[in-house]
Write a protein that binds this ligand. Sequence first.
Ligand SMILES: NC(=O)c1ccc[n+]([C@@H]2O[C@H](COP(=O)([O-])OP(=O)(O)OC[C@H]3O[C@@H](n4cnc5c(N)ncnc54)[C@H](OP(=O)(O)O)[C@@H]3O)[C@@H](O)[C@H]2O)c1
Length: 338
Amino acid sequence: MATPNRMITLAARPVGFPKDSDFKLVESPQPTPKEGEFLVRIIYMSVDPYMRGRMNDAASYAAPVQLGEVMGGGAVGKVISSNNNNFPEGTIVEGPFGWQEYAVSSGQGVRKIDPKLAPISTALGVLGMPGLTAYFGLLDICNPQPGETVVVSGAAGAVGSLVGQIAKIKGCRAIGIAGADDKVAYLTDELGFDAAFNYKTVTDYYKKLKELCPKGIDVYFDNVGGPITDAVFGLINTKARVSICGQISQYNLEQPEMGPRIILVSLLVKQAKAEGFLVFQYANRYAEGLKQMAEWILQGKLKYREDIEHGIENAPRAFMEMLKGRNTGKQLVKLSEE
Ligand SMILES: NC(=O)c1ccc[n+]([C@@H]2O[C@H](COP(=O)([O-])OP(=O)(O)OC[C@H]3O[C@@H](n4cnc5c(N)ncnc54)[C@H](OP(=O)(O)O)[C@@H]3O)[C@@H](O)[C@H]2O)c1
């Protein structure tokens, strides 16, 4: 008999921060691919902040996960049986396979991964959605120039750790904000950020940023929102560019936080630009972004780290711990051997 398929479904919609009982581990028979389909054994699955939004019953850019449905998300795996000539047995693939050990696919939204080019896990991180987010969100939205000061929040995470390094490649000063002393040390000692600070121990963000950015802030890559972003806006320079990538400090709040209203005044007075973006809007330029990121890795200019949890039963914990900041770099869950 085939190994059963274990998966994590949405058991309840979280109120505030998610908890164990919002998820359910379910076992079902392994799915069988029909004509034109193939079966994937998942090796790595991704847990990402955007998944918190999908757990709500609220309209967004993507439909919410329904109660009882498998949690959605990107994963990398190996085709183990196939009725689709484009994806023969043995092919390594990345696609929207969800939080489960086996998935059937028609190939829609699936890309082939060459395991000789890079570790296959990178297709979910530096050479996948987070890497593309850093690349386009910084370069396309902010156009950073040599000598400019670039501040990034959520700096030690999957996206943020790449943003600061890309800023350095472009000749900028990179300043990171992260939530632990070891993350701050990682940014400055290993990734080459010019400075960084721990927002959980520093109380006056404005004062700290002023000290670290004596010439003001030209570019801000915002992963977190909230009080950190409020402080940054007080220091932006004329013609500053702000990339609104994420607002993770707000994702688990039951009521939206009411902030100071200086943000819009700062934009006005500094004739600055703040622009939100979704990485999907760059889909027709992914090849360009992936090629450049891969080149920078090969040249030793771009480093990445992965935080790997094991076992489908631990996926909810990995997700919740990532939301709390346990991860450095990209949080993944390994479900089977390569
Ligand atoms: N626009 C897009 O298309 C797009 C695509 C991908 C990701 N994103 C966004 O980019 C951001 C980063 O995503 P990621 O995948 O790279 O995740 P990540 O940074 O690897 O993980 C999330 C991090 O958020 C930080 N965090 C949690 N609560 C926080 C709070 N209250 N204040 C400040 N930081 C907090 C934690 O680090 P600390 O230890 O530093 O707190 C945690 O490690 C998220 O906001 C995500 O939604 C947007």
